[in-house]
Design a protein around this ligand. Structure first.
Ligand SMILES: [Zn+2]
Length: 101
């Protein structure tokens, strides 16, 4: 049972092509995350892309993200309307979570 040399080479080629494909997919995912522009915090006007992700908060009711300054407003008012213009979702501490620990 020995495969012709050409067949072995093709098999190896397929394997390395699969590997390259997987590596490219991985890079795509990382690139998408990096190119994700967070924009400015509607509360503090800070550029969220310059803050560590642990200080950038997303929430479970709308797609908007804010710096931890959102909590200053929440502490003063309890629930707050999403500060993003045009968004009327109500935000409170229990819906907020940092983008990373
Ligand atoms: Zn919002």
């Amino acid at each position: 049972m020995s495969a012709p040399p050409g067949e072995i080479r093709q098999h190896e080629l397929m394997q390395s092509m699969c590997r390259i494909k997987n590596e490219m997919l991985d890079e795509d995912e990382i690139e998408m995350e990096e190119s994700d522009d967070l924009g400015k915090c509607a509360v503090s006007q800070q550029d969220l892309n310059e803050l560590p992700r642990s200080k950038v908060y997303k929430n479970s009711v709308c797609p908007h993200v804010f710096s931890d300054k959102i909590f200053t407003v929440m502490d003063a008012h309890g629930r707050v309307k999403c500060p993003q213009p045009g968004c009327n979702k109500m935000l409170s501490r229990n819906v907020m979570s940092p983008m990373s620990e």
